[in-house]
Design a protein around this ligand. Structure first.
Ligand code: CTP
Length: 401
């Protein structure tokens, strides 16, 4: 990372002591390092240590009380190629979401020209709390890269997810960010076809049959793949989501037939397929040309089976293609998912039982297990959909080997 300019923001959490190791790793890789600390973080690691290791003065206050000189947050924001905030406390996280700027670190965050990478660390219950989930989600929407907290022993003595990612992990993300990782990502330049969201099946020109799918799972997988250098074709039903990336082709469709037609156009040129869409199983036999007027007290709509988009991709899969499907099961989950895996000729199936609070449609969290056609399986904890997306992509990477 020769001469890359890294701005490191330190906030007041116990994990702040690990930042000394991160600074050493960054300096060893020949990056230039400047640090900003919140006043609270000085209770956890001395600014003298931070300054000595980084080789630069540390910014804490807006101005130096001794000589009145100004610590210009705009200059920091323009100097840095990337801003790493580690550890990120729940308090600073909520202020970043709100756009507050009552210290130098927050003012610098708002002034950053480059990307911000945030590394949260807190106790497991704080990390799980709905407010934290919401804030992490919003930060991601604001363009911040989040390195999720890890599982393990916490300073409180409890065990769970909340530990700050290790300095080596943070280092790997920074290297990836600069594209200087020695090893190329497994998905670099690979083509991924993803389906997402619901489908709308027209009853007449103003009404449809649909479902509550938000599209988040498919969009999150697309984001993780794009960050790993993949080219993504995302075929999505109607959702409120939107992402933009030079390597993304976002195709909006309404119905299962339209989704199938786009999948037919693109599947043969893709390396991976991840089909997360909640496709309507049935559609009206015939959509009325004009708005249907109400007449009788009851009304029947005849439905006919929709094409199975995933099933088509399985039937038309080449040996070198890898196909992942999803299953939403409320009973005999494993048994049913195994049948689906075989019937649709999948390599992997992601199973969601909705049995756990916070898992499934319309929420930001999900709890999954993955089964594959080599008889392996793995169960995961309740996590944000973004973290679930990372788990799925990592499983896929290990599967490919
Ligand atoms: N799928 C699809 N096209 C369909 C239906 C489903 O591509 N017409 C895909 C979904 O994107 C998902 C998987 O198939 O990856 C879900 O399989 P499916 O058997 O349809 O699941 P359910 O609808 O939950 O099945 P069930 O009939 O068991 O309720």
């Amino acid at each position: 990372m020769n001469s890359k300019r890294i701005l490191l923001g330190i906030t007041g959490g116990i994990a702040a002591y690990k930042i000394a190791f991160l600074i050493r790793l960054l300096r060893k890789s020949e990056a230039e390092v400047k640090c900003i600390m919140t006043p609270a973080s000085c209770d956890f690691i001395s600014p003298v240590v931070v300054s000595a290791l980084s080789g630069n003065p540390v910014g804490i206050e807006f101005w130096n009380k001794e000589d009145g000189s100004w610590n210009n947050h705009v200059e920091y924001g323009q100097w840095a190629d990337v801003f790493i905030i580690a550890p990120l406390t729940a308090n600073t996280m909520s202020k970043m979401v709100a756009g507050s700027c009552d210290n130098l670190l927050l003012a610098t965050y708002l002034s950053m020209k480059g990307k911000t990478i945030a590394v949260p660390a807190m106790d497991l219950d704080m990390y799980k709390h709905a407010a934290t989930r919401r804030n992490l989600d919003q930060l991601e929407k604001d363009g911040v890269i989040i390195i999720p907290a890890e599982e393990g022993e916490l300073a409180s003595g409890l065990e769970g997810q909340g530990r700050m990612a290790e300095p080596e992990t943070i280092m790997a993300v920074i290297e990836d960010f600069f594209g200087s990782a020695k090893k190329k990502s497994d998905f670099e330049d690979k083509a991924i076809l993803i389906t997402a969201g619901p489908t709308y099946e027209a009853i007449d020109p103003v009404r449809f049959i649909g479902n509550h799918s938000s599209g988040k799972m498919g969009f999150n997988i697309a984001e993780v793949m794009l960050e790993l250098g993949a080219r993504v074709i995302l075929v999505s039903g109607p959702t409120a989501l939107n992402i933009q990336h030079p390597n993304l082709k976002l195709i909006s469709i309404q119905s299962a037939e339209e989704m199938l037609s786009e999948v037919k156009n693109h599947w043969s040129s893709c390396d991976y397929g991840v089909f997360a869409a909640a496709v309507a199983d049935y559609k009206p036999t015939k959509a009325a040309d004009q708005k249907i007027k109400k007449n009788d007290d009851t009304m029947n709509i005849e439905l006919v089976r929709n094409p199975d988009v995933l099933g088509w991709a399985g039937e038309n899969k080449k040996d070198n293609q890898i196909l992942v499907g999803f299953a939403l099961e409320t009973q005999n989950a494993t048994e049913n998912a195994k049948k689906k895996l075989a019937a649709k000729k999948l390599n992997m199936i992601v199973v969601n039982t909705m049995a756990d609070e916070g898992a499934g449609f319309g929420v930001n969290t999900n709890k999954i297990s993955i089964l594959d056609d080599r008889n392996n399986s793995q169960e995961f904890q309740l996590k944000s959909k973004r973290e679930v997306a990372t788990d799925i992509v990592n499983y896929l990477k290990d599967y490919k080997g």
